[in-house]
Design a protein around this ligand. Structure first.
Ligand code: HEC
Length: 115
């Protein structure tokens, strides 16, 4: 899978990758747990410019590692639906497909916070 993903990343733009992910999601109406962890790791680069991989809180940036996947998905959806009103996270969450949210939930959920 990792090798496959690397090939995709070399041969297509991020937009094309997102488009393919979206096309693969025919019937799904909301993100679910059980996402693609390797895709999540790839996508996490955007998140970790703010959120710490260590799981430490950094100023006003909360920890997002080691969460149950369904909880992570629900929180991202609450930004996407604008039930949570942080404009940064609303913008970021609004750009993610359901498959990408599930992938991020799987990856961040697999990390252990450092104490
Ligand atoms: C520009 C900085 C920034 C980036 C990039 C960013 N976040 Fe955030 N994130 C924040 C801030 C600030 C908050 C706190 C917002 C609030 O108070 O609601 C937050 C909150 C969250 C929360 C809720 C945490 C909690 O304890 O309630 C999750 C989950 C989250 N971000 C996931 C992500 C994911 C996944 C990505 C990448 C796709 C990402 N963030 C990218 C700044 C960022």
């Amino acid at each position: 899978m990792r090798k496959q993903l690397a090939t995709i990343m070399r041969t297509s733009s991020r937009a094309a990758l997102a488009g393919a992910a979206l096309a693969a999601l025919t019937a799904a109406s909301s993100a679910k747990a059980g996402g693609d962890r390797a895709l999540g790791e790839y996508l996490s680069a955007e998140c970790t410019t703010c959120h710490q991989v260590s799981g430490r809180q950094d100023g006003r940036i909360p920890s997002i590692v080691g969460w149950p996947e369904d909880q992570f998905v629900a929180v991202i959806e609450s930004y996407r639906d604008k039930h949570r009103d942080n404009p940064i996270m609303q913008t970021i969450a609004g750009r993610l497909t359901n498959e990408e949210v599930a992938a991020l939930a799987s990856y961040f959920g697999s990390l252990k916070p450092v104490r």
